[in-house]
Write a protein that binds this ligand. Structure first.
Ligand SMILES: [Zn+2]
Length: 270
């Protein structure tokens, strides 16, 4: 009935840490990168020359930016799908070098080392799902439409079916997104999450997604959320809502570097 669920005590909060360096400064999830050497997980910083909006920039500029981001991060292949606020999830294992777009989808899966999954966000939640033992992962784009329609359960199901893992094996992180205080929504949005009060109100997408992840059987101790709000921190991030729709997009990314290609990949130390 209520849209805000209490977070479990074990839920970790983490501020992705800023990495300088060009062409694209980023915010990276230190805990995963420390625990799973070779994993690269984060989101780009909002800057005028670093807009990953697929419609605001030319197709060529967008493609070049994704390729240069992936090589900056030590990857030889990158996949990005045209996002439609749906629940379609596509597997991206058989990738050539460079940029590939496997059509329309709001989630991508891969088990291929050296392949970087990319989605674009500005307020919507980038959901990072990692199956460390299988070295497989999913990156999901969850706005209210996708979240209420079930992009997270679809993504987890697809990941587990493709790589032979269980929800209890997964790590899940909800990245920088609009917070519940900043996100005022209409009645129909809250109703799509089961709210029956018939009133407009505020929605915390990451709380909703957290409830879904727990329901799927992902242990609370393996779930974390970013403390960053894209609207509260508009100096660092693009916010669609915070800018009345004029914002660009950040690129959220997840991949496992290929230790064989030597681009600083294998060992991150300890
Ligand atoms: Zn906020």
């Amino acid at each position: 009935m209520t849209t805000v669920r209490a977070a479990p005590e074990a839920l970790a909060e983490e501020s992705e840490r800023r990495h300088r360096g060009g062409p694209f400064p980023q915010y990276r999830l230190q805990s995963w990168e420390g625990a799973f050497p070779g994993v690269i997980c984060g989101v780009t910083e909002a800057r005028e020359d670093a807009d990953f909006g697929a419609s605001g920039t030319s197709a060529w500029t967008f493609l070049e930016r994704v390729e240069s981001l992936s090589s900056q991060l030590g990857f030889s292949a990158a996949a990005w799908a045209r996002q439609v606020h749906g629940v379609e999830v596509r597997r991206a294992d058989d990738l050539p070098e460079g940029f590939t777009s496997p059509g329309e989808a709001d989630g991508l899966l891969t088990g291929r080392a050296g392949a970087l999954l990319v989605i674009t966000v500005a307020d919507c939640v980038p959901v990072y799902v990692l199956a460390p033992k299988r070295r497989a992962m999913a990156l999901l784009h969850a706005g209210w439409r996708g979240a209420s329609a079930g992009i997270l359960p679809r993504g987890v199901e697809a990941l587990c079916a493709a790589y032979g893992c269980q929800p209890r094996d997964l790590q899940v992180h909800f990245g920088p997104a609009i917070c519940g205080r900043c996100y005022e929504v209409g009645r129909e949005v809250l109703e799509s999450f089961g709210d029956a009060t018939g009133e407009a109100g505020r929605l915390d997408l990451r709380d909703e997604l957290l409830g879904q992840a727990l329901e799927l059987g992902v242990p609370g101790a393996q779930i974390s959320r970013s403390t960053w709000c894209t609207s509260c921190h508009r100096d660092r991030f693009h916010s669609h809502r915070g800018s009345q729709g004029a914002a660009g997009r950040m690129a959220a990314f997840l991949g496992w570097r290929d230790p064989a290609n030597g681009s600083g990949g294998g060992q991150a130390g300890g």
